[in-house]
Design a binder for this molecule. Structure first.
Ligand code: PLP
Length: 392
């Protein structure tokens, strides 16, 4: 190995350790659930997974994956258009389109890939991309890859700034407004009714990444678009199968037939990378069915979120407001967030701390996430730990 590179990387890593921002992996030896077995720690309560509906270890989701594995083998061994399309891909995509209220859907191995597929593919030489400053990293990178004629990063949810940018954009430009549905670090919702209205006025296209909204928001769990009564009115939705919808991996774009067809023809993650393993498609399909068949899962998630918010406030914490299942607690400096997360882990509660550069400097936080799988007993165990570390 190149010695200079090894040394300079070593220095960089030492810097992270000194700043106490070095992230280490906690190894789980059980399924992902309300509690997990963590190497060296024993049983801990999980308040930091995206397992919103508790489906990651659901026996029927697991069974569907095993059946898919036995029927179709380990994976596609190919990209979609060469010889990597299996029946479960098409079934899953039909279900995702139905869920999203769109004509079609196309799966990817992650929502990261879905964003990196759709934004560059829809960008032509005239395009102006208007993107919220707090959008997910995958959107930021996708916009960079797109090389639009112009990029406008508008202040978080600032509809006046978005309107001004739309007014200033050339009349003939293709305008893409890109936003998270639920902002992953804040837990707040995009102002979708206003965004949709501005898009109508200015003939812009709206792309919503609802990774943290699907399976969480809306009467039937269809996400932020259903929450605001806008099903069928948003041009492009991207989402993940790695959170509420089974928790394995995978992502998708839901949109018109034409958009999905063009993505299948042109988007690079679709053309140059293996397709979603059929076993994952089978699990995700069952997860969506379970969400729709068992509305009590959504009800329990919402009840847990409301209960734990109240518990936190009563324990002296000031979580950010929000309607999703993300409950951030701002602590300031990155090292402080990391230390708090570590102390909670010592107390048997797994909550991750986030600092710069994931969130702006000075706004480091711990991010609590709720799950339908958590029982009251877990919430009570967790809040006792929060009280103990608050007292220190
Ligand atoms: C808003 C948002 N978009 C995209 C992603 C990436 O999803 P995936 O894990 O499917 O790549 C995430 C995951 O953290 C996310 O929060």
């Amino acid at each position: 190995m190149n010695r200079g590179l090894k040394e300079s990387i070593g220095d960089e890593l030492d810097g992270l350790r000194e700043a106490r921002t070095y992230k280490r992996f906690n190894v789980l030896t059980s399924t992902q659930g309300p509690v997990v077995e963590m190497e060296g720690r024993g049983e801990v309560v999980v308040l930091s997974s995206n397992n919103y509906l508790g489906l990651a270890e659901h026996p029927e989701v697991v069974r569907a994956g095993i059946d898919g594995l036995e029927r179709y083998g380990a994976g596609t061994a190919s990209v979609r258009f060469i010889c990597g399309t299996f029946e479960p891909h098409l079934e899953l995509e039909r279900k995702l389109a139905e869920l999203s209220g769109t004509e079609a859907a196309l799966s990817y191995v992650s929502c990261w890939n879905a964003n990196e597929a759709v934004i560059p593919t829809l960008t032509d030489p005239t395009t102006v991309i208007l993107t919220d400053e707090l959008n997910h990293a995958s959107i930021i990178d996708a916009v960079r890859l797109s090389r639009p004629a112009q990029k406008v990063i508008y202040p978080h949810s600032d509809m006046t700034a978005l309107r001004d940018a739309l007014v200033a954009a050339p009349r003939d430009a293709r305008k893409l407004i890109v936003t998270d549905g639920v902002f992953s670090m804040e837990g707040d919702l995009a102002k979708l009714p206003e965004i949709a209205e501005l898009a109508r006025e200015h003939e812009a296209v709206v792309i919503v990444d609802d990774s943290h909204g699907v399976g969480v928001l809306g009467e039937t769990g269809r996400g932020v678009i259903e929450h605001f009564g806008l099903l069928g009115e948003i041009d492009v939705l991207t989402g993940t199968l790695g959170k509420a919808l089974g928790g394995a991996a995978g992502g998708y774009v839901a949109a018109s037939e034409e958009v999905c067809d063009l993505l299948a023809q042109r988007s690079r993650p679709q053309l140059f990378s293996n397709a979603l393993p059929p076993t994952v498609a089978c699990s995700a399909l069952r997860a969506i069915e379970l969400m729709l068949e068992q509305p009590e899962l959504l009800a329990r998630l919402r009840e847990n979120t409301a209960t734990f918010r109240t518990m936190l406030v009563e324990a002296g914490y000031q979580p950010l407001d929000g309607e999703a299942a993300i409950i951030p607690i701002i602590v300031g400096e990155t090292a402080k967030a990391m230390a708090l997360s570590e102390r909670l882990l010592d107390e048997g509660v797994f909550v991750t701390g986030f600092g710069y550069p994931v969130v702006p400097e000075g706004t480091a936080r711990i991010r609590v996430q709720m799950s339908a799988a958590l029982e009251l007993e877990h919430l009570e165990r967790a809040i006792e730990a929060f009280k103990r570390v608050h007292a220190v």
